[in-house]
Design a protein around this ligand. Structure first.
Ligand code: UP5
Ligand code: MG
Length: 190
């Protein structure tokens, strides 16, 4: 179903920075397809696929699932979609993820959003979430924050240098944060 060239947005930020929440608003307002890498991985666990047990253990440890596994899941969703505008939420989380996506999918993102949120606020939000996620406990959150600092910030810096990064101050109400996001996509609609 591919006619138009894809328009790809990577949505990055630490655990609980509000990526998923803002993606819902972007979908409503600008008509993107929302692909959450974490949701795709959790779906693999629930479907008891061959990689499920490995993915579950990796997520419990707050570590990063091998790139090939995640990129294949994203690729499948992109191919199945009739949309050409994609929000890829929570990916790439490492330089290796990034390179793997570029190699396998063969495209670079048009826009990279970074939801910049203080750690104490992220911890508070994740602990308040109560959706039964195996990684929403203080011990795993600390590991997720450490991995974010060590492995994901370099990806953010890479896109900053490429001039593709839009940093959002991810504090305040959901609506206040979306008012920083809206003009970024509105500019591309022109
Ligand atoms: N909330 C949202 N906005 C708020 C606001 N402005 N004020 C107050 N509260 C706000 O929000 C988190 C919570 O905060 C919610 O309860 C929300 O209502 C509230 P959410 O929008 O869910 O934040 P988000 O950034 O999406 O947080 P999430 O926990 O999903 O981020 P992670 O990046 O940690 O999780 P993800 O699902 O992307 O990944 C989970 C794990 O999967 C990773 O740790 C890793 O082990 C694995 N993974 C990979 O290995 N590879 C990948 O490519 C992706 C994931
Ligand atoms: Mg999320």
């Amino acid at each position: 179903p591919k006619e138009k060239t894809p328009f790809i947005t990577f949505v990055l930020g630490g655990p609980g920075s509000g990526k998923g929440t803002q993606c819902i608003k972007i979908v409503e307002t600008f008509g993107f397809a929302h692909l959450s890498a974490g949701d795709l991985l959790r779906r693999e666990i629930a479907s008891k696929s061959a990689d499920g047990a490995m993915i579950l253990n990796t997520i419990k440890e707050g570590k990063i699932v091998p790139s090939q596994v995640t990129v294949k899941l994203i690729q499948k969703e992109m191919e199945l979609s009739y949309n050409h505008k994609f929000l890829i939420d929570g990916f790439p989380r490492t330089e290796e993820n990034r390179v793997s996506f570029e190699r396998i999918i063969g495209v670079e993102p048009n826009v990279v959003l970074f939801f910049d949120c203080p750690e104490e606020e992220m911890v508070k939000r994740v602990l308040n979430r109560n959706e039964g996620r195996v990684d929403d406990n203080l011990e795993t959150i600390k590991k997720r924050l450490t991995v974010f600092q060590a492995l994901s910030l370099p990806v953010i810096n890479y896109y900053s240098e490429k001039g593709k990064l839009y940093t959002i101050k991810a504090i305040g109400t959901e609506d206040e944060i979306f008012e920083q996001v809206r003009p970024i996509f509105a500019a591309f609609e022109q």
